[in-house]
Design a protein around this ligand. Structure first.
Ligand code: FAD
Length: 501
């Protein structure tokens, strides 16, 4: 077996630099050279500011100091997502990170809570989510510093400036021996066996490699254009295909969560950073023109624009083969499932984790490629199902967009998940489990889907024990959160600033 001695990453957006940083961390430069080619002239997509908790773990695994990263990337803390107007126009619900409640004896918390609700108990499920209670009160404290307390089961992610993250990871990779090449790839040369041999840049330079990682964004220059791998189109399940994004001034205290606010033909995001906000409207071109989207966005911003709103067309789905021959596609080149749950950066990291797990020799054994593609496809499908649920379960019928959402054909796997949940509140174990049972329960509950019954196993525990536990657990979380710093205070303490309460 001949080992890979050179890997070429094409693209310097979030995916290119994250892939490069992970390779630099895991591979010794004396054994494997890593080169990244990017074209400043083409530029990056420049959005992607909300993350999920595994991102914080990834930063730690790369040996990056979290506080330093937060300072350098204009980051704020994220406890979950607030959904406004998704189930009904006037409803709001929260998807928190981390756990919700703790098992009562050997009994699942959610099942105990369902039984209590059936008996007339009035606490909401989210009263037992430390992240939700912190978010409602604008508080933040890292659960890792409060493990054996009522907020110990919480978790968090970050809101980040995508360009600053790319810059940070570039410095990280370059400090570990990565070679960066500025230039536009204009041609891809393949060998007789279909493998990529070398790339040609606009100025005639040739770049050879044993393995190529396509991070060229929606262009998919290597995986799509050169290797001809098609995309599986998920537009029948996911109605939105455009976004208009803008940077704005911050308004009021920076919230420790992302807001996803439903609109007539899609939804708006609000992502608070330290010095500004990222805002945007994700919409369906079937129901809304760019001009209408722009005016909806500007009307709802609530603070002054810092740049010109920018329209970003996108498609949802993923490459039929994310890895083919000696080419792996990562980031938008590999696939995209709209930004509602901020999963794209996670899928980039996941793609690289699996690549490192099934790390090939130069011949790229097809068995490794098959397994990689199977695992990644399962991850993509899991995320797709989770996001489709947010739209398809709506009760809204006040605009053609929301009427169409109610008619979305469900993927079979989602239909099965819904049936399973409606039966007794059970959730299917996933492959990735980015979205664990508490995430599914939160969305089901928020979208008005409740199980028909609780699991009869819960009848083996005294109801008085359930009731007493719920009472004390709820009070313990609320009592502790009351004494935590506000998000503003905690953030300022990390940045070395003085904060207003
Ligand atoms: P790009 O940023 O497009 O980078 C492509 C790179 O390839 C550039 O450096 C470019 O110069 C280079 N390139 C292209 N062609 C060539 C060539 N011929 N030669 C040399 N270089 C070339 N993700 C999240 O995780 N959270 C979010 O909140 C989130 N929000 C989003 C909102 C919207 C509206 C959209 C569309 C996406 C969002 N995403 C989000 C996804 C996120 O933006 C992307 O996953 C992420 O930015 C990665 O992009 P990329 O690096 O794959 O592509």
């Amino acid at each position: 077996m001949q080992p890979l001695s050179k890997i070429v990453v094409v693209g310097g957006g979030s995916s290119g630099w994250l892939a490069a940083a992970m390779l630099c961390h895991h591979l010794k430069r004396e054994l494997c050279e890593i080169e990244l080619i990017e074209s400043e002239e083409i530029g990056t997509i420049g959005v992607g500011e909300s993350t999920v908790p595994p991102f914080v773990g990834l930063i730690q695994r790369l040996g990056i100091d979290e506080q330093d990263f937060i300072r350098a990337t204009d980051a704020t803390y994220k406890l979950g997502i607030q959904f406004v107007g998704w189930h009904r126009r006037t409803d709001t619900y929260f998807h928190p990170f981390g756990g919700i409640g703790k098992p009562i004896g050997s009994y699942d918390f959610y099942q105990c809570w369902l039984k209590a609700r059936a008996r007339g108990h009035t606490s909401s499920l989210q009263d037992f989510s430390p992240c939700n209670v912190m978010a409602e009160n604008g508080r933040f404290f890292p659960p890792s510093r409060a493990r054996n307390t009522p907020i110990g089961g919480a978790n968090y992610a970050l809101h980040v400036d995508a360009a600053l993250v790319a810059r940070y990871l570039r410095d990280y990779a370059e400090a570990r021996g990565l070679q960066r090449t500025e230039g536009r790839v204009t041609d891809v040369h393949r060998r007789d066996n279909g493998f990529i041999d070398h790339l040609v840049l606009e100025d005639g330079r040739q770049v050879r490699g044993d393995f190529f990682i396509d991070c060229t964004g929606f262009r998919g220059l290597l995986i799509g254009k050169a290797l001809g791998v098609e995309s599986i189109d998920w537009s029948e399940y996911l109605p939105c295909d455009r976004a208009i994004a803008v940077r704005t001034e911050n308004q009021g205290p920076r919230l420790p969560y992302t807001q996803a606010i439903a609109q007539k033909s899609g939804w708006m995001w609000r992502i608070p950073l330290q010095r500004r906000m990222g805002q945007g409207y994700v919409y369906s071109s079937r129901f809304c023109s760019d001009a209408e989207a722009r005016s909806t966005l500007l009307r709802n911003l609530g603070s002054a624009c810092l740049d010109e709103p920018r329209v970003i067309p996108f498609s949802t789905g993923h490459r039929r083969e994310l890895w083919k021959h000696n080419c792996l596609s990562v980031g938008l080149a590999g696939g995209f499932i709209e930004p509602l749950e901020a999963t794209a950066i996670h899928l980039i990291a996941r793609g690289m984790d699996f690549f490192l797990r099934y790390f090939p020799a130069r011949d790229c054994d097809p068995a490794l490629i098959r397994e990689y593609n199977r695992r990644m496809t399962a991850d993509y499908e899991e995320v797709r199902d989770f996001i489709v649920l947010h739209y398809s379960a709506t009760d809204r019928d006040d605009s053609p967009f929301w009427q169409a959402c109610r008619q979305i054909p469900l993927p079979e796997s989602l239909e099965e998940r819904i049936e399973l949940f409606k039966s007794q509140g059970a959730t299917r174990e996933g492959v990735d489990e980015l979205f664990r049972a508490s995430s599914w329960q939160s969305i089901f509950e928020g979208m008005g889907i409740r199980p028909r019954a609780y699991s009869p196993r819960v009848d083996n525990i005294d109801y008085s024990q359930i009731e007493a536990t719920l009472r004390t657990a709820r009070a313990a979380i609320a009592g502790m959160v009351e004494h935590l710093p506000t998000h503003e205070q905690f953030l300022s303490s990390q940045l070395g600033e003085s904060a207003s309460p």
